[in-house]
Design a binder for this molecule. Structure first.
Ligand code: NAD
Length: 433
């Protein structure tokens, strides 16, 4: 199959590379010239494990190429896949400007019979708008639209694509269904076929449900702290029940990233526009916003309720490990809160350094965790990068001014922390001192 993927971000690039990997001929299009230049030279502009090697081998096999010219990509394509961003507007609704621009551009150079697939996360009704935007521009309806929302996770995006748990395809015709079934056949996955509206809603419902699970366990963790219970054992105890499931029951400092925060907000707006006032999802958001700052309260408790002039080491800035993505990362709330408290902060992230500089202007960045914790009054763990698990506790204790660790990701074993003489406060587990 010949595919034109529009947008080479976390979704478009991974999808394009994976489609080429399973044998399709893929042209990836982006309006960002610098990005396309780097990609054409085999350089991946985002951090996604395994992507660069896979990109190189498929380019070498002649199945994958990059261009800024949509007309080149569309010229021979059977399907166009829209994977541009849909960020939140100030009122929380999804900004469809990029999708609209792409649809109109497709309309200006469309070939007969093209199937236009929207992979971007979009509110209900968007695929019908895409159809209208294209038709208004090209002046005919000799094309089809389909919705195929993306469920990959940054950091494990390749495996999530090649071994996808399901594909959701929202279609209006037998022809579009056949094309999408053929496209997904090599993935040997379960295909859920539905109408456009259901596919669009499925993505928001999935993310809202996962966000709910996170906020739920975080609230349980907050109660655990008050009653001397341990949320880690509790999560295992309830997660073994298949009706609940073990995943997404890890208490911490709340969700972030480019999807959950914006998609929960957009879902609320979608429901409002449909005349329904959602109750659960706004509560999930409120819990999440408060949860992000619990580490700052814990820090204040540990340091005598005054952070002014205190040296704080922040370990981890990316919204989760194995990505350089800082979009809606908890650090974006925690750092300003520390600034307001007049603390002195030095941060370290193994990967998201450039992104952190852009997202948190003025932040002082260290090159190693050792540099960050040197003479710190307290260490704050914000991202559970695997490499932080290897931190030598005696070395950490020696480098810091005070052996205080506030762990927003429950990375360390409280007993071990106690053994090494740390004051250790994590999430939903008793404080050790
Ligand atoms: P991104 O911001 O990383 O990438 C979007 C890309 O689209 C950019 O490279 C941008 O230059 C390009 N673009 C914008 N307008 C264009 C145009 N007119 N022509 C060509 N290229 C254009 O976004 P992302 O994280 O890949 O997300 C894309 C969509 O997928 C969003 O709707 C998002 O909600 C959804 N999604 C994201 C994830 C994720 O983990 N990032 C997972 C599932 C779904």
């Amino acid at each position: 199959m010949k595919l034109c993927v529009i947008g080479t971000g976390y979704v478009g690039l991974v999808s394009g590379v994976c489609y080429s990997h399973i044998g399709h001929e893929v042209v990836c299009v982006d309006r960002d010239q610098e990005k396309i230049k780097r990609l054409s030279q085999g350089e991946v502009p985002i951090f996604e494990p395994g992507l660069e090697d896979m990109l190189a081998s498929n380019m070498a096999a002649g199945r994958l190429s990059f261009t800024t010219r949509l007309s080149d990509g569309l010229a021979v394509a059977d399907a166009a896949i829209i994977a541009v961003g849909t960020p939140a507007r100030a009122d929380g609704s999804a900004n469809l400007d990029y999708v609209e621009a792409v649809a109109k551009e497709i309309g200006s150079c469309i070939t007969a019979g093209l199937v236009v697939i929207t992979k971007s996360t979009v509110p209900v009704g968007t695929n019908r708008k895409v159809k209208n935007w294209i038709a208004e521009t090209c002046g005919h309806e000799d094309f089809e639209v389909a919705s195929c929302p993306e469920f990959l996770r940054e950091g494990t995006a390749i495996a999530d694509t090649l071994e996808m748990e399901r594909a959701v395809i929202g279609v209006e015709s037998v022809n579009a269904e056949r094309l999408l079934r053929d496209l997904h056949k090599p993935f040997q996955t379960t295909i859920v076929t539905c109408n456009l509206e259901t596919a669009e809603m499925a993505k928001y419902a999935a993310n809202a449900f996962l966000a709910t699970k996170i906020s739920f366990i975080n609230e349980v963790a907050n109660v655990c702290e008050q009653v001397g219970a341990d949320v880690t054992s509790l999560a295992e105890a309830i997660g073994l029940d298949h009706r609940i499931g073990r995943h997404f029951l890890k208490a911490g400092i709340g969700y972030g990233g480019s999807c959950f925060p914006k998609d929960t907000q957009a879902f609320i707006r979608v429901a409002q526009q449909a005349g329904y006032d959602l109750q659960i999802v706004p509560a999930v958001e409120r819990v999440n916003a408060a949860q992000r700052l619990t580490v700052v309260h814990k820090l204040k408790t540990a340091l005598g309720h005054n952070l002014a002039g205190k040296q704080i080491a922040m370990l981890g800035l990316a919204f989760k490990p194995n990505t350089d993505d800082m979009r809606a990362a908890p650090a974006l709330d925690v750092y300003p809160a520390l600034e307001r408290e007049q603390a002195n902060t030095v941060a370290f992230d193994p990967i998201a350094t450039e992104q952190a500089k852009a997202a948190l202007p003025g932040i002082q960045l260290a090159n190693t965790w050792q540099q960050a914790v040197k003479d710190a009054d307290a260490v704050l763990l914000l991202t559970d990068w695997e490499t932080f698990k290897d931190i030598s506790l005696p070395e950490l204790k020696k480098l810091t001014k005070q052996p205080i660790v506030i762990d927003g990701r429950n990375m360390f074993d409280p007993k071990e922390m106690e053994m090494h003489g740390f004051y250790y406060d994590s999430v939903g587990r008793p404080v050790v001192d």
